[in-house]
Design a protein around this ligand. Structure first.
Ligand SMILES: Nc1ncnc2c1ncn2[C@@H]1O[C@H](COP(=O)(O)OP(=O)(O)OP(=O)(O)O)[C@@H](O)[C@H]1O
Ligand SMILES: [Mg+2]
Length: 434
């Protein structure tokens, strides 16, 4: 296993280890005052300092707000929180995690782990990042169009993702846009346009957009549910991938990106939480729709959507974007998946964005031939980055195979175990009865 950014002390329990990681993140961000963090995070300074005190596991919302205000990556911290939460829930998956330290002060948010129903539901014995489905709380919508929402799958900058079923019983991931964004006229205009474009993407390696409501009071988007952990979760739980898996990951992603490109789209937000690791190869999700949130009132006032670590320099500088921006992000993903760390590091957004534009990527720990490919993808000049066909061909030749083949063992055993447990996870009974 490669290096982890914040290794857990051998004798630390999950709560103390999580708090320790939060404290270290704050130090890496230059030790901002809790008052400053509170302003950025939208939670009181006391809620944030309690989160890092180690007295209890903070709610997911508080933890993400704390980490986000210190420049931590949402997907990474959600995965980390899930690991701690699932560890607390051991030995059985239905034991609720410890209560959160005091109520958050941010209006309209939901303090998950104070809720008595906030147990994590994976499958029995899944004691890692196994919190697949969480029961709906009073703050969650029950319906999106004709779809009854059954359980919560995850939370991102744009909204929350829920499990639902088609009338024929196929599982869907329904992303319900957060209310603040839904009220933003510019967001809505772009969301309508981008969802229409994303519906044109048809491919085996992308999660198909199946339905959407971009006009209603609570916009939503339904895609095919992929029973797989995200790359962020897999790397967060079981560490970086070996080179053999990396060639298949990169070639598979490049193939998925070809479908997005063929539809005339730029993904714009290719990052570890938007890659799902399925047993038959990687799947790309959330293509195109990140554009809806660019330059909205909310992103201007500090709500983070997208991830600076994987943003191309031309994107950071507000220049026109083409598909080469996604190639840059792919280069960042190569570094992340091979080492557990993005090539432009962590920290406050401004520092990461500065490094993206002005500094060379940190790829020293990436194994040789992969490093060459990542370096080429991360060229500051979009015109010099390789195209997708060349990337796939490089993966094939460098892997030493006459042809690439994804089999059920394309990932190391620990990661495969995570995928299998994920595929076997069932939503909470309580939600099924509704
Ligand atoms: N189609 C899907 N199938 C299975 N899981 C999904 C699907 N779509 C989303 N998810 C899960 O929901 C989580 C949250 O997704 P979401 O896109 O809201 O967050 P994000 O990618 O971290 O942030 P952002 O809002 O910036 O995209 C993902 O990490 C993934 O685990
Ligand atoms: Mg996403």
């Amino acid at each position: 296993m490669g290096r982890r950014e914040l290794p857990l002390a051998a004798d630390a329990g999950p709560i103390e280890a999580f708090a320790d990681a939060l404290r270290r993140l704050r130090v890496r961000a230059g030790t901002p005052s809790y008052r400053l963090l509170a302003r950025k995070a939208g939670y009181s300074a006391s809620a944030l300092s309690a989160a890092a005190s180690g007295a209890a596991l903070p709610s997911l919302d508080v933890a993400l707000a704390y980490a986000g205000a210190c420049g931590g990556r949402r997907d990474e911290w959600e995965a980390r929180w899930r690991v701690a939460s699932a560890a607390l829930a051991l030995p059985g998956p239905t034991t609720p995690p410890a209560a959160a330290p005091g109520p958050p002060t941010r209006p309209g948010t939901n303090d998950d782990s104070t809720n008595a129903d906030s147990a994590d539901y994976g499958v029995a014995g899944d004691g890692e990042a196994g919190a697949v489905f969480r029961p709906l709380t009073s703050e969650d919508p029950r319906q999106a169009g004709a779809y009854r929402l059954r359980a919560r799958i995850g939370v991102g900058g744009m909204g929350r993702v829920y499990l639902a079923y088609t009338p024929g019983g196929r599982a869907l991931a329904v992303k319900v846009v957060r209310p603040e964004l839904a009220e933003d006229t510019e967001f809505r205009r772009r969301f309508q346009r981008e969802v229409a474009a994303a519906r044109r993407v048809h491919g085996l390696f992308t999660a198909q957009v199946l339905d959407a409501d971009t006009d209603g009071s609570q916009p939503w988007l339904a895609t095919a549910y992929v029973p797989a952990p995200s790359l962020a979760e897999a790397i967060g739980s079981h560490g970086p991938l070996p080179v053999e898996s990396m060639w298949l990951l990169v070639a598979g992603l490049a193939e998925a990106m070809q479908t997005v490109q063929a539809a005339g789209l730029v993904h714009r937000d290719l990052k570890p939480s938007n890659v799902l690791l399925a047993i038959d190869g990687p799947r790309l999700i959330d293509f195109g729709i990140a554009r809806a949130s660019d330059a909205t009132q909310l992103t201007r006032t500090g709500i983070r959507i997208g991830s600076p670590q994987f943003m191309a320099p031309e994107h950071v500088l507000g220049k026109p974007l083409n598909f080469a921006a996604d190639i840059f992000a792919l280069g960042g993903l190569i570094g992340y998946a091979a080492t557990g760390r993005g090539p432009f590091g962590d920290g406050v957004d401004a520092a990461v964005l500065y490094r993206v534009v002005h500094e060379e990527p940190e790829l020293a720990d990436v194994p040789g031939p992969l490093r060459e490919l990542a370096t080429a993808c991360l060229d500051k000049d979009p015109g010099r980055r390789p195209d997708l066909a060349r990337i796939i061909e490089t993966c094939r030749t460098r892997s030493g195979a006459t042809s690439l083949k994804v089999t059920g063992t394309w990932l190391p055993a620990a990661h495969t175990g995570l995928i299998r447990r994920r595929a076997a996870a069932v939503p909470p009974d309580q939600a099924r009865r509704t």
